[in-house]
Ligand binder design. Structure first.
Ligand SMILES: Nc1nc2c(c(=O)[nH]1)N[C@H]1C(S)=C(S)[C@@H](COP(=O)(O)OP(=O)(O)OC[C@H]3O[C@@H](n4cnc5c(N)ncnc54)[C@H](O)[C@@H]3O)O[C@H]1N2
Ligand code: MOO
Length: 555
């Protein structure tokens, strides 16, 4: 395994490596069937093919009369009609003879023999048993009838695999006959927060500071489509870090801190002990250059039939075997084996200095559902640097592409935007700088130092500044934040006061949330989308216009 910080991986390569890292694991993940009520925010694991024609039968588009042939039309007697005509939600009505009309409701099945629907406001029932069309609205064949299969035929592909399940997708799926949807299983992620100096509440004191990453990283990963199995805070203690990583049943372990070369930086030593494969070890990006990505062996189990007590006495030392070797076995999940391991088999999970987060959704890393055969899918570890904005950089550089692959989502459309101001570059490394959109421009925000979150908290994205910097007006790539894109995160409702005091670019008028949102609605993000995915879809969607088709006329 390479030593830390030798030659940092170029930033674009690091993202590509992260996107490819879990291709095999993603391919072997079985879809999960979820009822529509639970599928919001998931990703379709298979294309959505219509299970029915839509509409499933010829339907009246308006309240009025179903007609057969040219008028005037004979209306049914009250006895024949029972007073209400044809309503929605009923079986097939009797055939309509030529020259006859019958009252019909919007959404009702059009009777056999009907040739058009006349809106109630365009016809006159004089009470003499005859219906007359208003001369201003001559009846056109087929008007106001939605013909069966107009939107789709049974079997038509409505949406491709990889589509995010939005409320509109749920509606379409229901209309097309689905009760449940095949979704991509969310990768399970565990966050391990390293650092003895961290406080979980109250004000900083005595050199100790608040943990800013515990509250941020888990929700960020969720917004990227992961299922958070827990956030745990670990003491800066080598065995605690080793045990927590070795025992984690998550698909992706995300650590914060401990990535540099200080005496208490335990991530590299842990990976060495685990025989992990370092895919990315340092990235040529500021902030965040010590970030890393590693492939871990599948979670090991004690050998079949052996309890933890019988774990082989000569079980290899941590660090001895390569990836995939069984026998780095740990006590079975939930088993009473805690006291048994010798000094070389550090205590797993919560029994060591590791402390589960009190806020509660932490599940035991030894939970029974985490059991997996040692030949199961590889796990991955993303090591985020401890400086908070450096950790954000790691989330976007490594965690986002890795989770994109594991969640089956398509790569986001690249979205360049012109810089409102020049941004100084690093001589060799890419810089990621928080920006806010104002009209069509990406405005670089202040407070973008590696230890600061004040800029990113009011940002719309992170601008990618190439080595050497970028001039005012230069088009740069802007990485979306998961809640500014179409992902599962809720819309952020940022505080205007925060904008005024914090992220506001120097010398610019304070914007406030409304301005920010207005800027985005008319600005670059929306434009990029409009010219990308949205327009692309629209171009293939001719049938979308059925309700303004000439047959139906303007509503
Ligand atoms: N000799 C060198 N020192 C450092 C280098 C280097 O290349 N050579 N790189 C620097 C860079 S750049 C970064 S980024 C950090 C990365 O540090 P670690 O990942 O090892 O993280 P720590 O040392 O634990 O912490 C760094 C910094 O961040 C604060 N921190 C950590 N965790 C949290 C948290 N959960 N919430 C808030 N703040 C946190 C911590 O207090 C430190 O101030 O290394 C540099 N050093
Ligand atoms: O990566 Mo470090 O964040 O430059 O400070």
């Amino acid at each position: 395994m390479t030593e830390p910080h030798h030659s940092p991986t170029p930033w674009p390569d690091a993202r590509a490596i992260a996107a490819r890292a879990a291709v095999k694991e993603a391919a072997h993940t079985a879809p999960v069937m979820l009822p529509l009520s639970e599928a919001l925010g998931q990703v379709l694991a298979a294309p959505l093919a219509a299970l029915t024609d839509l509409p499933p039968f010829d339907t009246s588009a308006m309240d009025g009369w179903a007609l057969s042939g040219p008028g005037p039309w004979r209306l049914p007697t009250d006895e024949e009609d029972q007073g209400h005509g044809i309503l929605a939600g009923h079986g097939e009505a009797a055939p309509l003879p030529d020259g006859h009309a019958v009252r019909i409701a919007t959404g009702a099945r059009v009777p056999p023999g009907a040739t058009a629907v006349l809106r109630s406001e365009y016809g006159t029932d004089a009470g003499d048993g005859w219906l007359h069309a208003s001369p201003a609205h001559p009846v056109v064949l087929g008007q106001d009838i939605r013909t069966r299969g107009q939107e789709c035929r049974s079997g038509d592909q409505l949406l491709p695999a990889g589509t995010l399940v939005t409320p509109a997708v749920l509606g379409l799926a229901a209309a097309a006959g689905y009760d449940e949807l095949p979704t991509v299983r969310r990768p399970r992620v565990e966050v391990l927060v390293l650092g003895d100096e961290l406080l979980t509440e109250g004000l900083p004191y005595d050199g100790r500071i608040r943990d800013a990453l515990g509250p941020m990283v888990g929700p960020w990963l969720r917004a990227l489509g992961a299922e958070l199995s827990g956030t745990r805070r670990l003491a800066d203690e080598a065995d605690a870090v080793y045990a927590a990583v070795a025992e984690s049943s998550a698909d992706v372990v995300v650590t914060t801190g401990g990535t540099a070369a200080g005496p208490l930086d335990h991530v590299h030593p842990t990976l060495r002990r685990l025989g992990a494969e370092l895919l990315v070890d340092g990235v040529a990006v500021r902030p965040g250059h010590p970030m890393l990505l590693a492939r871990l062996a599948p979670l090991g189990l004690e050998r079949e039939g052996s309890g933890p007590e019988d774990a082989e006495p000569g079980s290899p030392e941590p660090g001895g075997p390569g990836p995939g070797s069984p026998g780095r076995g740990s006590p079975a999940p939930g088993s009473p084996g805690r006291g048994s391991p010798g000094p070389r088999k550090p205590e797993p999970g919560n029994s060591g200095p590791a402390r589960p987060e009190s806020s509660g959704n932490a599940e035991s890393p030894r939970g029974a559902e985490g059991r997996r055969s040692p030949s199961g899918p590889a796990r991955h570890l993303v090591g985020l640097p401890g400086n908070p904005l450096a950790a954000v950089s790691g989330l976007l550089t490594l965690a986002e592409p890795l989770l994109r692959t594991l969640t089956g989502r398509p790569a986001p459309a690249p979205g360049p935007a012109p810089l409102a101001e020049a941004v100084q570059g690093h001589p060799r490394d890419t810089r990621l700088v928080p920006v806010a959109f104002r009209q069509d421009m990406a405005v670089p925000l202040r407070f973008n130092g590696p230890a600061m979150l004040r800029g990113i908290a009011v940002a719309d994205g992170l601008a990618v500044i190439p080595p050497g910097g970028a001039k005012r007006g230069a088009e740069v790539e802007v990485l979306d934040l998961p809640w500014s894109a179409s992902a599962t995160g809720q819309a952020t409702d940022t505080d205007p006061a925060a904008d005024r005091s914090a992220g506001r670019p120097a010398g610019r008028p304070a914007g406030g949330a409304a301005d920010r949102q207005g800027g985005r609605a008319t600005g670059r993000v929306t434009d990029r989308r409009a010219t990308g995915r949205v327009t692309g879809r629209h171009a293939t969607g001719r049938e979308d216009d059925e309700d303004i088709s000439p047959q139906e006329g303007p509503a």
